[in-house]
Design a protein around this ligand. Structure first.
Ligand code: HEM
Length: 665
């Protein structure tokens, strides 16, 4: 922070000294040019340089007339060259498109010459055009923080004992920030987008390091092909998603993915009918090659829009929950994607790529937050999976075998898959009613608080796997991670978690605070309380690290920054990803998708539509205390669906006329 403040001061001081030199020793006309130089200093406040003051011309005039060997002129020349160089990023970060084989083959046939826009590859390759494998699926994780103490190689406590004494849930404590089970169901989609540790080789991540919605689209060409219809309309099959792992997650996570599938099809339909470039034709009018090319184009543009929409939910609704902004009635958000310059005019990097690290994989295991409904669901699921074997007797091999078993029984055809015993209708779709009830339940279910001794017992083996993985990755200690982030290391266990039950158990297990492992240290650390700026309320270290991760994921993604343009997404698609400050959601966008994909179930004024990530009755309590908000503007009861009430029926009719429900928010 202090360097951010001192940099402009140092820079302004340097420029002032140069100006003083010019005024005192430079040619006499410099004095007349003072307004332009002062404007340069003013521009450091972010107002932008006024080019009508002709700064560049004036500096060039001074330079061209100054004696060649003057130190002052040399200094000024250096300044000008540096400013001009910093005008653009070096090397440039994106091409219009990447031709076949240059610099690396695009893992998909690209016979089309018309596809002169940027699109997401199936496996996350080519996000950084100079380093095409950066963040690609199937590459190893990175380790950001080297562990130098060596103590972690020595006898560490048994993972089983750690779970039983520090992690196993003793009682359910409601989340202090009012976050709902749906918030964490969405978080579950986010983490599956970026983590897929390979069972055979734990160093490898089979997901890309970008928020590319890979649980929906897949992480390989074969997976992407499995969800596409390829009929010239760019749509996916009805209510499908590619990543089999998600079928074994709680119902709300799967229901959300189904809605993202519907959203893709809605977006593809709009891109086709808007036909902005006047190139699309009715698929029946096209030969096979033309139809395939048209389908590719609509599919890729729709994926850009749907993934950007997903990222906007992350930055609007999700970060709004993490920072407590929605709860506090604030629609302001950190503009993580914005193009901006540093004070020294260098571009603040964006779109350069990202690679997920093992430290962040461990940070993001938020199993302690499982709601009571989700805990019941997990108890039943794991009991079936392990044929009733008691939790404390299940081994890592049992888990791998059981996971392989269920995966191999999963139908290859994505259209035949189901979750939570839902049945598909003749049109291949799940029932709107059943999906909506799953999502309403998740919005109403309070999540659990982050805390030591907070993880449901049925996840015992998953946690033991996590601890074992972290040791095989050679991960650093909690204190090493904190030093890396510039946070004060803990001196003793009671500073880390003041609960005597927890710190005495941790001390008994680890002996010295420097030995406390990162994973266990983060998950069992004292949690933040709800306060302005804090909504997620995880352990202190997670709370600091999560934002660093959010910015790396979004700002590092070329398709959310440099290539997030109407040219690539189409004007309609680009606008569809923009927030609407008048929609009542206090900075979110998720409700638009809910209303559009489940017509009639998410009315415009419902709290379930506006704040799906906060338990409605809790949000009502928060809002009641805000001087500039009115609880009466929202309906706080569970929506009853299109079959109930005239107003809802009218909305459904409107939605049907619009083709899907757009415009309901
Ligand atoms: C409530 C339902 C959940 C269940 C049943 C569940 C179950 C599992 C299982 C079985 C694994 C290990 C297998 C694997 O690597 O895929 C796992 C890993 C993981 N879980 Fe969960 N989880 C749940 C929710 C969450 C949530 C809400 C988060 C965080 C937002 C989360 C974060 C993670 C992470 C980061 C991993 C490591 C993934 C990897 O390395 O590939 N989980 N979980």
């Amino acid at each position: 922070m202090s360097s951010v403040i001192t940099l402009p001061i140092r820079l302004s001081a340097r420029i002032l000294s140069l100006l003083r030199g010019l005024v005192l020793h430079g040619p006499s006309f410099v004095v007349n040019d003072l307004p332009a130089y002062l404007d340069l200093i003013n521009s450091f406040n972010g107002v932008g340089l006024d080019d009508r003051k002709f700064l560049l011309e004036k500096i060039l005039t001074v330079l061209s007339r100054a004696p060649e060997d003057s130190a002052l002129a040399r200094e000024f020349e250096g300044l000008v060259i540096r400013l001009l160089w910093r005008d653009l990023p070096h090397p440039p970060l994106g091409y219009f498109f990447i031709p076949d084989g240059v610099p690396a083959p695009i893992p998909e046939s690209t016979s089309s010459n018309t596809r002169r826009y940027a699109f997401r590859s199936a496996d996350g390759s080519n996000y950084n055009v100079h380093m095409p494998t950066l963040g690609m699926a199937g590459m190893p994780y990175v380790r950001n923080v080297p562990s130098t103490s060596g103590t972690l190689n020595k006898s560490l406590p048994k993972a089983e004992a750690i779970f039983d004494e520090l992690l196993k849930r003793d009682d359910f404590t409601e989340h202090p920030g009012g976050l709902s089970g749906l918030f964490f169901a969405f978080a579950n989609v986010v983490i599956h987008t970026i983590y897929n540790t390979n069972y055979a080789d734990w160093m490898v991540n089979d997901a890309s390091s970008y928020v590319d919605l890979s649980p929906l689209y897949g992480s390989s060409q074969a997976e992407v092909d499995s969800v596409r219809r390829k009929d010239g309309t760019g749509r996916l099959w009805e209510d499908v998603f590619a990543d089999k792992r998600l079928l074994f997650m709680t119902p709300a996570t799967c229901a959300l993915l189904v809605l993202f599938c519907r959203n893709h099809n809605y977006v593809a339909g709009r891109i086709y009918t808007e036909n902005e470039f006047r190139t699309f034709r009715e698929p029946v009018m096209l030969n096979d090659k033309e139809r395939a090319m048209q389908d590719d184009e609509i599919f890729h543009r729709a994926r850009l829009v749907n993934s950007a929409f997903f990222a906007q939910i992350v930055l609007g609704d999700y970060v709004g929950g993490i920072l407590g902004l929605t709860r506090d009635g604030l629609s302001w958000r950190l503009k993580l994607l914005e193009s901006m310059r540093d004070i020294n005019r260098a571009w603040t990097p964006q779109g350069e790529g990202n690679v997920i690290s093992v430290e962040f994989n461990l940070m993001y295991r938020w199993h302690a937050t499982s709601s009571q409904d989700d805990t019941k669901w997990m108890d039943k699921f794991f009991s079936n999976l392990f044929h009733g074997k008691p939790n404390d007797q299940i081994t890592i091999n049992d888990f791998k075998e059981a996971a392989r078993g269920v995966m191999s029984k999963t139908p290859k055809d994505v259209r035949k898959r189901s979750f939570n015993e839902l049945k598909r209708g003749p049109d291949g779709r799940f029932s709107d009613e059943e999906l909506a009830q799953i999502l309403f339940d998740a919005t109403e279910a309070p999540a659990a608080a982050f805390k030591a001794r907070g993880i449901p017992e049925s996840l015992r083996i998953i946690e033991i796997m996590g601890i074992t993985q972290s040791r095989k990755w050679g991960t650093c200690s909690l204190n090493e991670f904190r030093r890396y982030l510039g946070l004060k290391p803990y001196k003793d266990f009671d500073e880390w978690n003041p609960d005597p039950k927890v710190y005495t158990a941790a001390k008994r297990l680890y002996g010295d605070i420097e030995n406390l492992e990162l994973y266990v240290g983060m998950q069992a650390e004292e949690a933040k309380v709800a306060m302005p700026g804090a909504g997620l309320c995880p352990g202190f270290t997670i709370s600091r690290a999560i934002l660093a991760d959010a910015i790396a994921l979004t700002r590092g993604d070329r398709f959310l920054t440099l290539d997030f343009t109407p040219f690539n997404l189409t004007s309609w698609g680009y606008n569809d990803c923009m927030y609407d400050k008048r929609d009542g959601s206090i900075g979110g966008i998720m409700g638009r998708m809910l209303a559009r994909t489940l017509p009639g179930y998410y009315p415009a004024h419902s709290a379930y539509t506006a704040f799906p990530f906060i338990v409605p009755q809790t949000m009502k309590g928060y809002m009641g205390k805000l001087p500039d908000r009115d609880v009466n503007e929202y309906d706080w009861e569970r929506p009853r669906g299109p079959a109930h009430g005239k107003k809802a029926a009218l909305e459904l009719l409107k939605a049907k006329i619009n083709g899907n429900g757009a415009g309901m928010m």
